[in-house]
Write a protein that binds this ligand. Structure first.
Ligand SMILES: *Cc1c(COP(=O)(O)O)cnc(C)c1O
Length: 449
Protein backbone atom coordinates (compact mmCIF):
# COMPACT_ATOMS: atom_id res chain seq x y z
CA UNK A 1 0.00 0.00 0.00
CA UNK A 2 1.35 3.43 -0.99
CA UNK A 3 0.25 6.97 -0.16
CA UNK A 4 -1.45 7.08 -3.56
CA UNK A 5 -3.57 4.00 -2.90
CA UNK A 6 -4.80 5.27 0.45
CA UNK A 7 -5.50 8.75 -0.90
CA UNK A 8 -7.57 7.40 -3.80
CA UNK A 9 -9.69 5.25 -1.51
CA UNK A 10 -9.98 8.04 1.06
CA UNK A 11 -11.28 10.60 -1.41
CA UNK A 12 -13.95 8.12 -2.49
CA UNK A 13 -15.39 7.61 0.98
CA UNK A 14 -14.24 10.13 3.58
CA UNK A 15 -15.50 13.68 4.19
CA UNK A 16 -12.76 15.42 6.17
CA UNK A 17 -13.28 17.84 9.06
CA UNK A 18 -12.80 21.58 8.64
CA UNK A 19 -11.90 21.08 4.98
CA UNK A 20 -13.01 22.39 1.61
CA UNK A 21 -12.69 18.99 -0.04
CA UNK A 22 -12.03 20.61 -3.43
CA UNK A 23 -8.65 21.74 -2.03
CA UNK A 24 -7.54 18.14 -2.30
CA UNK A 25 -7.49 18.47 -6.07
CA UNK A 26 -4.17 20.29 -5.57
CA UNK A 27 -3.25 19.80 -1.91
CA UNK A 28 -2.46 16.12 -1.31
CA UNK A 29 -3.76 14.34 1.77
CA UNK A 30 -1.05 12.85 3.97
CA UNK A 31 -1.98 9.29 4.93
CA UNK A 32 -0.26 8.18 8.13
CA UNK A 33 0.66 4.55 8.64
CA UNK A 34 2.06 4.72 12.15
CA UNK A 35 3.27 7.08 14.82
CA UNK A 36 6.22 6.83 17.14
CA UNK A 37 7.13 9.52 19.65
CA UNK A 38 7.23 12.90 17.95
CA UNK A 39 7.14 11.31 14.47
CA UNK A 40 4.33 10.47 12.09
CA UNK A 41 5.25 8.04 9.29
CA UNK A 42 3.38 7.87 5.97
CA UNK A 43 2.99 4.91 3.59
CA UNK A 44 5.82 5.98 1.29
CA UNK A 45 8.46 6.04 4.03
CA UNK A 46 8.41 9.80 4.74
CA UNK A 47 8.20 11.10 8.28
CA UNK A 48 6.81 14.30 9.82
CA UNK A 49 7.64 15.94 13.13
CA UNK A 50 4.25 16.56 14.78
CA UNK A 51 4.74 20.22 15.79
CA UNK A 52 1.04 20.78 16.48
CA UNK A 53 0.42 17.72 18.66
CA UNK A 54 -2.13 16.36 16.16
CA UNK A 55 -4.56 19.25 16.71
CA UNK A 56 -3.35 20.09 20.22
CA UNK A 57 -4.12 16.76 21.83
CA UNK A 58 -0.91 14.75 22.00
CA UNK A 59 1.27 15.32 25.08
CA UNK A 60 3.78 12.48 25.34
CA UNK A 61 4.32 11.31 21.78
CA UNK A 62 2.56 8.80 19.57
CA UNK A 63 2.32 5.16 20.62
CA UNK A 64 3.66 6.02 24.07
CA UNK A 65 4.70 2.71 25.69
CA UNK A 66 3.40 3.63 29.15
CA UNK A 67 -0.04 4.68 27.94
CA UNK A 68 -0.21 1.74 25.52
CA UNK A 69 0.43 -0.73 28.35
CA UNK A 70 -2.33 0.76 30.51
CA UNK A 71 -4.79 0.58 27.62
CA UNK A 72 -3.97 -3.03 26.75
CA UNK A 73 -4.58 -4.00 30.35
CA UNK A 74 -7.88 -2.10 30.46
CA UNK A 75 -9.19 -3.62 27.23
CA UNK A 76 -8.82 -7.11 28.65
CA UNK A 77 -10.87 -6.16 31.70
CA UNK A 78 -13.66 -3.77 30.78
CA UNK A 79 -14.16 -1.86 27.54
CA UNK A 80 -17.33 0.01 28.43
CA UNK A 81 -20.28 0.05 30.78
CA UNK A 82 -23.22 2.42 31.30
CA UNK A 83 -22.28 5.11 33.84
CA UNK A 84 -25.85 5.78 35.00
CA UNK A 85 -26.58 3.47 37.90
CA UNK A 86 -23.24 1.68 37.37
CA UNK A 87 -19.66 2.64 38.08
CA UNK A 88 -16.13 1.37 37.52
CA UNK A 89 -12.68 1.78 38.95
CA UNK A 90 -11.06 3.96 36.27
CA UNK A 91 -13.77 6.64 36.49
CA UNK A 92 -13.65 6.67 40.30
CA UNK A 93 -9.88 6.92 40.46
CA UNK A 94 -9.73 9.52 37.70
CA UNK A 95 -12.31 11.70 39.46
CA UNK A 96 -10.42 11.48 42.76
CA UNK A 97 -7.17 12.41 41.08
CA UNK A 98 -8.62 15.27 39.05
CA UNK A 99 -10.07 16.73 42.24
CA UNK A 100 -6.64 16.27 43.86
CA UNK A 101 -4.71 18.16 41.15
CA UNK A 102 -7.22 21.02 40.80
CA UNK A 103 -7.77 23.66 43.47
CA UNK A 104 -10.64 23.72 45.99
CA UNK A 105 -13.57 24.11 45.79
CA UNK A 106 -13.56 22.05 42.58
CA UNK A 107 -14.70 18.68 43.84
CA UNK A 108 -17.13 17.07 41.36
CA UNK A 109 -16.48 15.57 37.92
CA UNK A 110 -19.10 15.29 35.17
CA UNK A 111 -17.89 13.48 32.04
CA UNK A 112 -18.64 13.85 28.35
CA UNK A 113 -16.89 12.45 25.30
CA UNK A 114 -15.52 15.56 23.58
CA UNK A 115 -14.71 19.17 24.30
CA UNK A 116 -17.77 20.72 22.67
CA UNK A 117 -20.13 18.60 24.70
CA UNK A 118 -18.27 19.60 27.89
CA UNK A 119 -18.87 23.25 26.97
CA UNK A 120 -22.54 22.48 26.40
CA UNK A 121 -22.73 20.78 29.80
CA UNK A 122 -21.20 23.79 31.54
CA UNK A 123 -23.64 26.18 29.84
CA UNK A 124 -26.62 24.02 30.73
CA UNK A 125 -25.41 23.37 34.27
CA UNK A 126 -24.81 27.04 34.95
CA UNK A 127 -28.25 28.09 33.68
CA UNK A 128 -29.87 25.18 35.51
CA UNK A 129 -28.08 26.05 38.76
CA UNK A 130 -29.55 29.55 38.72
CA UNK A 131 -32.99 28.17 37.84
CA UNK A 132 -32.80 25.68 40.70
CA UNK A 133 -31.87 28.61 42.96
CA UNK A 134 -35.04 30.49 42.00
CA UNK A 135 -33.45 32.66 39.34
CA UNK A 136 -34.75 31.41 35.96
CA UNK A 137 -34.04 34.70 34.18
CA UNK A 138 -30.29 34.16 33.98
CA UNK A 139 -30.38 32.80 30.44
CA UNK A 140 -27.50 34.67 28.77
CA UNK A 141 -23.78 34.09 28.46
CA UNK A 142 -20.94 36.57 28.08
CA UNK A 143 -18.03 35.67 25.83
CA UNK A 144 -14.97 37.33 24.28
CA UNK A 145 -14.41 38.22 20.66
CA UNK A 146 -12.08 35.72 18.93
CA UNK A 147 -13.12 32.99 21.30
CA UNK A 148 -13.53 29.36 20.31
CA UNK A 149 -15.47 26.82 22.32
CA UNK A 150 -16.35 24.16 19.75
CA UNK A 151 -18.55 23.76 16.72
CA UNK A 152 -21.87 22.32 17.85
CA UNK A 153 -24.81 24.74 17.68
CA UNK A 154 -24.63 25.54 21.39
CA UNK A 155 -20.90 26.18 21.42
CA UNK A 156 -20.91 28.20 18.18
CA UNK A 157 -23.35 30.50 19.97
CA UNK A 158 -20.70 31.40 22.57
CA UNK A 159 -17.81 31.35 20.08
CA UNK A 160 -16.62 34.08 17.74
CA UNK A 161 -14.87 32.58 14.73
CA UNK A 162 -16.63 34.00 11.66
CA UNK A 163 -15.41 31.19 9.39
CA UNK A 164 -17.21 28.57 11.49
CA UNK A 165 -20.10 30.67 12.74
CA UNK A 166 -21.40 33.08 10.10
CA UNK A 167 -23.26 30.50 7.95
CA UNK A 168 -25.15 29.09 10.91
CA UNK A 169 -25.99 32.36 12.63
CA UNK A 170 -29.77 32.04 12.17
CA UNK A 171 -29.61 28.79 14.15
CA UNK A 172 -27.59 30.06 17.12
CA UNK A 173 -28.30 31.56 20.51
CA UNK A 174 -26.98 35.06 20.88
CA UNK A 175 -24.24 35.73 23.42
CA UNK A 176 -23.10 39.09 24.79
CA UNK A 177 -19.71 39.50 23.11
CA UNK A 178 -17.00 41.62 24.73
CA UNK A 179 -13.75 42.76 23.03
CA UNK A 180 -10.91 40.31 23.73
CA UNK A 181 -7.90 41.42 25.78
CA UNK A 182 -5.73 40.02 22.92
CA UNK A 183 -2.36 41.73 23.43
CA UNK A 184 -1.42 41.66 19.75
CA UNK A 185 -3.60 44.76 19.45
CA UNK A 186 -2.02 46.70 22.32
CA UNK A 187 -0.41 50.11 21.84
CA UNK A 188 3.32 49.61 21.27
CA UNK A 189 4.26 51.35 24.54
CA UNK A 190 1.92 49.23 26.64
CA UNK A 191 2.76 46.06 28.53
CA UNK A 192 0.56 42.96 28.31
CA UNK A 193 -0.63 43.66 31.82
CA UNK A 194 -1.55 47.28 31.10
CA UNK A 195 -3.41 46.32 27.94
CA UNK A 196 -5.27 43.44 29.62
CA UNK A 197 -6.29 45.74 32.49
CA UNK A 198 -7.49 48.41 30.11
CA UNK A 199 -9.53 45.92 28.06
CA UNK A 200 -11.23 44.70 31.21
CA UNK A 201 -13.33 47.89 31.26
CA UNK A 202 -15.44 46.36 28.45
CA UNK A 203 -16.11 43.26 30.53
CA UNK A 204 -16.99 45.34 33.59
CA UNK A 205 -19.47 47.34 31.51
CA UNK A 206 -21.03 44.19 30.05
CA UNK A 207 -21.42 42.67 33.51
CA UNK A 208 -22.98 45.86 34.83
CA UNK A 209 -25.51 45.89 32.00
CA UNK A 210 -26.28 42.18 31.82
CA UNK A 211 -25.45 40.44 35.13
CA UNK A 212 -29.13 40.20 36.10
CA UNK A 213 -29.88 38.10 32.98
CA UNK A 214 -26.49 36.34 32.69
CA UNK A 215 -25.68 32.84 33.93
CA UNK A 216 -21.96 32.79 33.19
CA UNK A 217 -18.94 34.32 31.51
CA UNK A 218 -16.99 31.81 29.43
CA UNK A 219 -13.31 32.32 28.54
CA UNK A 220 -10.26 30.47 27.30
CA UNK A 221 -7.75 31.41 30.02
CA UNK A 222 -4.65 33.29 28.74
CA UNK A 223 -4.68 31.83 25.25
CA UNK A 224 -7.27 31.99 22.46
CA UNK A 225 -5.96 29.17 20.33
CA UNK A 226 -8.27 28.77 17.35
CA UNK A 227 -8.17 32.45 16.35
CA UNK A 228 -4.41 32.43 15.95
CA UNK A 229 -2.88 31.74 19.37
CA UNK A 230 -3.81 35.20 20.65
CA UNK A 231 -2.66 35.81 24.22
CA UNK A 232 -3.35 37.99 27.24
CA UNK A 233 -2.10 38.62 30.75
CA UNK A 234 -3.25 36.69 33.85
CA UNK A 235 -4.37 39.95 35.48
CA UNK A 236 -7.47 39.82 33.25
CA UNK A 237 -8.53 36.57 34.91
CA UNK A 238 -7.95 38.01 38.39
CA UNK A 239 -10.18 40.97 37.56
CA UNK A 240 -12.75 38.67 35.95
CA UNK A 241 -12.96 36.36 38.95
CA UNK A 242 -13.52 39.28 41.27
CA UNK A 243 -16.13 40.88 38.99
CA UNK A 244 -18.06 37.63 38.46
CA UNK A 245 -18.31 37.18 42.22
CA UNK A 246 -19.39 40.77 42.72
CA UNK A 247 -22.07 40.50 40.02
CA UNK A 248 -23.32 37.00 40.90
CA UNK A 249 -22.31 35.39 37.61
CA UNK A 250 -20.50 32.07 37.09
CA UNK A 251 -17.05 31.88 35.54
CA UNK A 252 -16.49 29.03 33.08
CA UNK A 253 -12.82 28.37 32.27
CA UNK A 254 -12.52 26.45 29.01
CA UNK A 255 -9.10 24.84 29.49
CA UNK A 256 -9.78 22.22 26.83
CA UNK A 257 -6.73 23.44 24.89
CA UNK A 258 -4.74 25.23 27.61
CA UNK A 259 -4.94 22.47 30.23
CA UNK A 260 -2.22 19.97 31.08
CA UNK A 261 0.79 22.20 30.85
CA UNK A 262 0.38 24.00 27.53
CA UNK A 263 0.73 27.49 28.98
CA UNK A 264 3.61 26.57 31.28
CA UNK A 265 1.57 25.63 34.35
CA UNK A 266 -0.60 22.54 34.71
CA UNK A 267 -3.65 24.76 34.23
CA UNK A 268 -3.63 28.32 32.87
CA UNK A 269 -5.87 29.58 35.71
CA UNK A 270 -3.04 28.87 38.17
CA UNK A 271 -1.09 31.81 36.76
CA UNK A 272 -3.84 34.15 37.91
CA UNK A 273 -4.38 32.31 41.19
CA UNK A 274 -8.09 31.95 40.44
CA UNK A 275 -10.56 29.08 40.57
CA UNK A 276 -13.45 29.04 38.08
CA UNK A 277 -16.93 27.76 38.92
CA UNK A 278 -16.61 25.33 36.02
CA UNK A 279 -13.30 24.00 34.72
CA UNK A 280 -13.45 22.22 31.36
CA UNK A 281 -10.79 19.72 30.31
CA UNK A 282 -10.38 17.51 27.25
CA UNK A 283 -7.70 17.24 24.50
CA UNK A 284 -4.59 16.58 26.65
CA UNK A 285 -6.70 14.81 29.28
CA UNK A 286 -5.93 11.49 27.56
CA UNK A 287 -2.61 12.71 26.11
CA UNK A 288 -4.23 12.60 22.67
CA UNK A 289 -5.32 8.98 22.81
CA UNK A 290 -9.09 8.92 23.16
CA UNK A 291 -12.02 11.32 23.24
CA UNK A 292 -12.89 12.23 26.81
CA UNK A 293 -13.85 15.48 28.50
CA UNK A 294 -14.74 16.54 32.00
CA UNK A 295 -16.53 19.43 33.66
CA UNK A 296 -15.25 20.04 37.19
CA UNK A 297 -17.39 22.05 39.55
CA UNK A 298 -17.94 22.63 43.27
CA UNK A 299 -20.07 20.88 45.87
CA UNK A 300 -21.96 24.15 46.11
CA UNK A 301 -23.18 23.80 42.50
CA UNK A 302 -23.70 20.04 42.91
CA UNK A 303 -25.93 20.54 45.93
CA UNK A 304 -28.29 22.84 44.03
CA UNK A 305 -29.26 19.78 41.94
CA UNK A 306 -29.45 17.29 44.84
CA UNK A 307 -33.09 16.70 45.79
CA UNK A 308 -36.03 14.31 45.52
CA UNK A 309 -36.55 13.11 41.95
CA UNK A 310 -40.01 14.66 41.59
CA UNK A 311 -38.64 18.17 42.10
CA UNK A 312 -37.02 17.74 38.64
CA UNK A 313 -33.87 19.50 39.78
CA UNK A 314 -31.54 16.73 38.56
CA UNK A 315 -29.10 17.30 35.71
CA UNK A 316 -30.62 15.02 33.08
CA UNK A 317 -27.78 14.99 30.57
CA UNK A 318 -25.91 12.03 29.15
CA UNK A 319 -23.78 10.77 26.29
CA UNK A 320 -23.52 7.10 25.32
CA UNK A 321 -19.80 6.97 26.03
CA UNK A 322 -19.86 9.07 29.21
CA UNK A 323 -16.88 8.10 31.39
CA UNK A 324 -15.68 5.32 29.07
CA UNK A 325 -13.30 3.08 31.06
CA UNK A 326 -10.63 2.84 28.34
CA UNK A 327 -10.57 6.62 27.93
CA UNK A 328 -10.40 7.03 31.71
CA UNK A 329 -7.45 4.61 31.85
CA UNK A 330 -5.66 6.66 29.20
CA UNK A 331 -6.25 9.74 31.37
CA UNK A 332 -4.92 7.95 34.46
CA UNK A 333 -1.78 6.88 32.59
CA UNK A 334 -1.39 10.53 31.53
CA UNK A 335 -1.67 11.75 35.12
CA UNK A 336 0.89 9.09 36.15
CA UNK A 337 3.39 10.60 33.73
CA UNK A 338 2.78 14.09 35.15
CA UNK A 339 3.24 12.66 38.66
CA UNK A 340 6.34 10.54 37.96
CA UNK A 341 8.30 12.74 35.54
CA UNK A 342 8.96 16.38 36.26
CA UNK A 343 7.03 17.41 33.13
CA UNK A 344 6.28 21.04 33.94
CA UNK A 345 9.88 21.77 35.00
CA UNK A 346 11.32 20.07 31.92
CA UNK A 347 8.91 22.05 29.77
CA UNK A 348 10.26 25.31 31.20
CA UNK A 349 13.63 24.58 29.63
CA UNK A 350 11.99 23.55 26.36
CA UNK A 351 9.91 26.74 26.18
CA UNK A 352 12.97 28.88 26.80
CA UNK A 353 14.71 27.00 24.02
CA UNK A 354 11.78 27.54 21.64
CA UNK A 355 12.02 31.28 22.24
CA UNK A 356 15.77 31.34 21.60
CA UNK A 357 15.42 29.22 18.48
CA UNK A 358 13.19 31.79 16.75
CA UNK A 359 14.76 34.93 18.24
CA UNK A 360 16.39 35.81 14.91
CA UNK A 361 12.93 36.16 13.36
CA UNK A 362 12.08 39.15 15.60
CA UNK A 363 13.55 41.41 12.91
CA UNK A 364 11.99 39.63 9.95
CA UNK A 365 10.15 42.24 7.82
CA UNK A 366 7.04 40.04 7.68
CA UNK A 367 6.95 38.79 11.26
CA UNK A 368 4.71 41.20 13.16
CA UNK A 369 5.09 39.53 16.55
CA UNK A 370 6.49 36.48 18.26
CA UNK A 371 4.50 35.60 21.36
CA UNK A 372 4.56 32.74 23.78
CA UNK A 373 2.79 31.24 26.76
CA UNK A 374 4.78 28.23 27.94
CA UNK A 375 4.77 25.45 25.36
CA UNK A 376 2.84 27.46 22.77
CA UNK A 377 4.82 29.83 20.57
CA UNK A 378 3.28 31.81 17.72
CA UNK A 379 4.65 33.98 14.94
CA UNK A 380 2.28 36.39 13.25
CA UNK A 381 2.98 36.95 9.55
CA UNK A 382 2.12 40.50 8.48
CA UNK A 383 2.23 42.32 5.15
CA UNK A 384 3.63 45.49 6.69
CA UNK A 385 5.47 45.27 9.98
CA UNK A 386 5.17 48.91 11.05
CA UNK A 387 1.41 48.96 10.49
CA UNK A 388 0.92 45.34 11.68
CA UNK A 389 -1.13 45.09 8.50
CA UNK A 390 -2.37 41.52 7.89
CA UNK A 391 -2.14 39.62 4.63
CA UNK A 392 -5.67 39.18 3.21
CA UNK A 393 -7.03 35.80 4.40
CA UNK A 394 -7.97 34.89 0.82
CA UNK A 395 -4.26 34.62 -0.04
CA UNK A 396 -3.96 31.65 2.33
CA UNK A 397 -0.27 32.22 2.91
CA UNK A 398 -0.24 29.85 5.86
CA UNK A 399 -0.80 26.94 3.48
CA UNK A 400 2.51 27.74 1.78
CA UNK A 401 4.24 27.28 5.13
CA UNK A 402 2.37 24.00 5.61
CA UNK A 403 3.40 22.75 2.17
CA UNK A 404 7.02 23.73 2.65
CA UNK A 405 7.19 22.11 6.08
CA UNK A 406 5.96 18.78 4.69
CA UNK A 407 8.96 18.71 2.34
CA UNK A 408 11.21 19.24 5.39
CA UNK A 409 9.86 16.47 7.66
CA UNK A 410 7.59 18.74 9.70
CA UNK A 411 3.87 19.10 10.28
CA UNK A 412 3.24 22.82 10.78
CA UNK A 413 -0.36 23.90 10.24
CA UNK A 414 -0.65 27.68 10.50
CA UNK A 415 -3.91 29.28 11.59
CA UNK A 416 -4.40 31.84 8.83
CA UNK A 417 -1.29 34.02 9.00
CA UNK A 418 -0.11 32.61 12.31
CA UNK A 419 2.66 30.02 12.32
CA UNK A 420 2.87 28.26 15.67
CA UNK A 421 4.58 25.48 17.59
CA UNK A 422 2.51 23.48 20.08
CA UNK A 423 4.54 20.28 20.20
CA UNK A 424 4.27 17.14 22.30
CA UNK A 425 6.43 17.47 25.41
CA UNK A 426 8.78 14.71 24.25
CA UNK A 427 10.31 17.11 21.72
CA UNK A 428 14.09 17.62 21.98
CA UNK A 429 16.11 20.84 21.64
CA UNK A 430 17.53 19.59 18.33
CA UNK A 431 14.03 18.98 17.02
CA UNK A 432 12.99 22.48 18.12
CA UNK A 433 15.98 23.89 16.23
CA UNK A 434 14.88 22.00 13.13
CA UNK A 435 11.33 23.36 13.45
CA UNK A 436 12.68 26.90 13.82
CA UNK A 437 14.72 26.49 10.62
CA UNK A 438 11.75 25.07 8.72
CA UNK A 439 9.43 27.80 10.01
CA UNK A 440 11.89 30.52 8.99
CA UNK A 441 12.20 29.04 5.49
CA UNK A 442 8.44 28.66 5.29
CA UNK A 443 7.80 32.25 6.34
CA UNK A 444 10.31 33.48 3.73
CA UNK A 445 8.55 31.50 1.01
CA UNK A 446 5.06 32.42 2.16
CA UNK A 447 5.70 36.16 2.39
CA UNK A 448 7.63 36.47 -0.89
CA UNK A 449 5.72 38.57 -3.53
C1 LIG B 1 -10.85 22.05 20.80
C2 LIG B 1 -11.58 22.99 21.68
C3 LIG B 1 -12.94 22.81 22.01
C4 LIG B 1 -13.78 21.73 21.40
O1 LIG B 1 -13.35 20.44 21.69
P1 LIG B 1 -13.76 19.24 20.69
O2 LIG B 1 -13.29 18.03 21.39
O3 LIG B 1 -13.02 19.51 19.40
O4 LIG B 1 -15.23 19.30 20.52
C5 LIG B 1 -13.52 23.70 22.89
N1 LIG B 1 -12.82 24.70 23.43
C6 LIG B 1 -11.52 24.92 23.14
C7 LIG B 1 -10.80 26.03 23.80
C8 LIG B 1 -10.87 24.09 22.23
O5 LIG B 1 -9.59 24.33 21.89
Amino acid sequence: MSNRDVIARDLNAVWHPCTQMKDHEWLPLVPIKRGEGIWLHDFDGNRYLDAISSWWVNLFGHANPRINAALKDQIDNLEHVILAGFSHEPVVELSERLVEITPAPLSRCFYTDNGSSAVEVALKMSYHYWKNCGNPNKTKFITLTQSYHGETLGTLGVGDVALYKETYKPLLMEAVTVPSPDCFHRDPDMSWEQHSRRMFAHMEAALEAHAHETAAVIVEPLLQCATGMRMYDPVYLELLREACDRHGVHLIADEIATGFGRTGTLFACEQAGIVPDFLLLSKGLTAGYLPLAVVLTSDHVYEAFYDDFATLRAFMHSHSYTGNPIACRAALATLDIFRDDDVIARNRALSAHMRRAVAHLEDHPHVGEIRQHGMVLAMEMVRDKSAQDPFPWQERRGIRVYQHALTREALLRPLGNVVYFMPPYVITEEQIDHLATVAAEGIDIATRD
